[in-house]
Design a protein around this ligand. Structure first.
Ligand code: PLP
Length: 493
C-alpha cells in the first residue's frame, strides 16, 4: 500500500516514509491510495484484546512493517502506561456509551496515538537507513504537547520541541508540559494562539533552506501532529475495538449500525472513525461536535469553510481551532481523490481565508452531521450527567454529549451511539467542578482535585499526582516570529 499527497498524486511514499516525513513536500497530507477492508470478522474481533485488534487494523495500513516490527511497536505502546488492561473501557451513562480514551500516561486521548508514534518512527528510520537525529516539531493546543513529550522523552535518536499558546491552555495542561523531564525535550510558550503556533511549525516544515541547514548539522524534522499518518492509523483501532466490544457485551447485534460522536478540533479523531467506516465497520452517522469555535459546524451547514472569524478561548481548549488540518484528507476524498481540486481549495484557504466546495462534494458528506455546543450548554450537560448518573465527564466530552442531545432531538435517530470521551475530568478540574457547582468557580485547578475525587469516586490519576510537586524545568517564551530562531538555538546546545 502506498500513500499519496493530497496536493499532488504523483508524490508517493511507503507507510514508513510517510511517517518519517509527516507532511508531504508540497504541503499536502499523505493519504492511503485506497482504504483497506477489514479482513477479520466481528466475531473474531470480539474475542481479541486491544493489542491484537491493533495489529489486525494497523497491518492493513502499514504494509511495509514486518509482523514482528508492528507487534513490537504495539506491545511497547499499549502496556502498563495505561491504568487499565482494557486500554479503552466503555461506560454507559444516560442513553450513550462513553468510549474512555483517556487511560494513558497523560490522561487525554492523544496518548492513544502518541504512545505508539515514537516506536513507529524509530522503526521507520531504521527501515529507510536514516542516520540523522530526528527532531519532532509540534504545535499543541494543550494535550498533544504533553502526550508527545511523554512518548518521546528519553527515546534515543530523537529530540522533541513543543510550542504551545502561553495563555491558551489549562493550568494543569501547562504544568504537565513545563515539568517534563528528559534531556531531549524542549517546551516553549508563544505569545499567540494555537493556529499561529501550528502555522509557524508548518512553515518550518516546508522551508527547504532550513531543512538543508538541519541536514548539514545531522538533523531532520518530523511531525508528531495529528497530520502524521502514524497518528491517524492507531486511532482507527479503538473504533473497531469499541464496535467489537459493543457486540460482545450485548449492546449491539452484529451488523447493527453504531453512531459515533466526536468532540472535534483538528479533525483527526473523527477522520479515523470515517476511515473505520470505510473499512467496513457498521458505523452510522459520524457526528462532529464543535465548541463555540464552530467553523466545522458552519462548513457542514453551508459548504463554505471560512476561518476568518474571532478566535474564542473556551473551556474545551483542545478544540479551540479554526484551521482543522485533517479536514484536508476528507476534502480530497469528497473531491473524488482529485489532487488539483483539493490544492485549489487549500490555496484559497491560505490566500482568502476560505473556500467553497461544490454541490457534488457536499453530496458526499451525507454520512456526517455537524453541530456545536455553547459554553452554557457544555456546563449544563456535565451537571446533568453527574446528577443523574454520578458520572463526571470532562469539558471536551461534554461538548460531544450536548451535541448528541441536539442530534437526537432533531432526527429522532435511536441507533446505539458511542461518544468519544477524550479527556479525564481531572485535566480540566476547575471548569468541570464549576459546571457542577458555581462555588468552585474561582478556586485553582489543583485545589479542586481532591474535591473531584470525592464527588466522582474515581481515584486521582497518577498523571495528576506526579505534577503536584514536580519542578518546573521549561521556562522559555517567545514571539510567533521567533519560533525558527528558538529551534536553531535548541539544536545548537
Ligand atoms: C485533541 C483533542 C480533541 C480534538 O481532537 P482532534 O483529533 O484534533 O479533532 C478533543 N478533545 C481532547 C481532550 C483533545 O485533546
Amino acid at each position: 500500500m502506498l500513500y499519496r499527497s493530497t496536493r499532488n498524486r504523483d508524490e508517493k511514499a511507503t507507510a514508513s516514509q510517510a511517517i518519517l516525513k509527516g507532511l508531504a513536500e508540497d504541503g499536502g497530507l499523505f493519504v492511503p491510495e485506497q482504504i483497506p477492508a477489514l479482513d477479520v470478522s466481528v466475531e473474531a474481533l470480539s474475542g481479541m484484546d486491544y493489542q491484537e485488534t491493533a495489529y489486525e487494523v494497523m497491518k492493513l495500513f502499514l504494509t511495509d512493517f514486518t509482523e514482528e516490527e508492528l507487534k513490537s511497536c504495539i506491545q511497547n505502546a499499549y502496556d502498563g502506561k495505561f491504568d487499565t488492561e482494557e486500554i479503552v473501557p466503555i461506560t454507559k451513562a444516560q442513553d450513550a456509551y462513553y468510549l474512555e480514551l483517556f487511560h494513558g500516561a497523560t490522561i487525554a486521548f492523544k496518548d492513544m496515538a502518541l504512545s505508539i508514534l515514537p516506536h513507529l518512527l524509530i522503526a521507520s528510520a531504521k527501515k529507510n537507513q536514516v542516520e540523522n537525529e530526528i527532531v519532532i516539531l509540534t504545535a499543541t493546543s494543550g494535550d498533544t504537547g504533553k502526550a508527545a513529550l511523554a512518548g518521546f522523552a528519553g527515546v534515543k535518536g530523537t529530540k522533541i520541541i513543543v510550542f504551545y499558546p502561553k495563555d491558551g491552555v489549562s493550568p494543569i495542561q501547562e504544568r504537565q508540559m513545563v515539568t517534563q523531564k528528559g534531556e531531549n525535550t524542549f517546551v516553549v510558550g508563544i505569545h499567540g494562539n494555537f493556529d499561529q503556533a501550528q502555522t509557524g511549525v508548518k512553515q518550518m516544515f516546508s522551508d527547504q533552506g532550513l531543512a538543508e541547514g538541519m541536514a548539514a548539522a545531522g538533523y531532520q524534522f518530523s511531525s508528531a501532529n495529528s497530520i502524521n499518518i502514524g497518528r491517524l492509523v492507531p486511532q482507527i483501532v479503538y473504533y473497531v475495538y469499541a464496535y467489537a466490544k459493543m457486540v460482545k457485551k450485548g449492546g449491539i447485534a452484529n451488523g447493527e449500525v453504531m453512531n459515533v460522536v466526536v468532540p472535534t478540533g483538528n479533525f483527526g479523531n473523527i477522520l479515523a472513525a470515517f476511515y473505520a467506516k470505510n473499512m467496513g465497520l457498521p458505523i452510522g452517522k459520524l457526528i462532529c461536535a464543535s465548541n463555540e469555535n464552530k467553523v466545522l459546524y458552519d462548513f457542514f451547514a453551508t459548504g463554505t469553510y471560512d476561518k476568518d472569524r474571532e478566535f474564542l478561548l473556551t473551556s474545551s481548549p483542545s478544540m479551540d481551532i479554526l484551521i482543522s488540518s485533517n479536514l484536508e484528507r476528507l476534502i480530497y476524498w469528497i473531491a473524488g481523490n482529485d489532487d488539483r481540486k483539493n490544492r485549489e481549495l487549500m490555496e484559497a484557504l491560505q490566500k482568502d481565508g476560505k473556500y467553497e466546495i461544490t454541490d457534488e462534494m457536499r453530496g458526499r458528506l451525507a454520512g456526517f452531521y455537524g453541530n456545536y455546543a455553547t459554553e452554557e450548554e457544555t456546563a449544563a450537560v456535565i451537571k446533568e450527567i453527574y446528577e443523574e448518573e454520578g458520572y463526571i465527564i470532562d469539558t471536551h466530552t461534554a461538548v460531544a454529549a450536548a451535541v448528541y442531545k441536539k442530534y437526537k432531538q432533531e432526527t429522532g435517530d435511536g441507533a446505539k451511539t458511542v461518544i468519544a470521551s477524550t479527556a479525564s475530568p481531572y485535566k480540566f478540574t476547575r471548569s468541570v467542578m464549576a459546571a457542577i457547582d458555581q462555588k468552585y468557580q474561582d478556586r485553582p485547578d489543583f485545589e479542586l482535585v481532591d474535591e473531584l475525587e470525592a464527588l466522582s469516586g474515581v481515584k486521582v490519576p497518577k498523571a495528576i499526582e506526579e505534577i503536584r510537586s514536580a519542578e518546573v524545568v521549561h521556562t522559555s517564551v517567545c514571539e510567533v516570529d521567533e519560533m525558527q530562531d528558538v529551534v536553531k538555538g535548541f539544536l545548537k546546545r
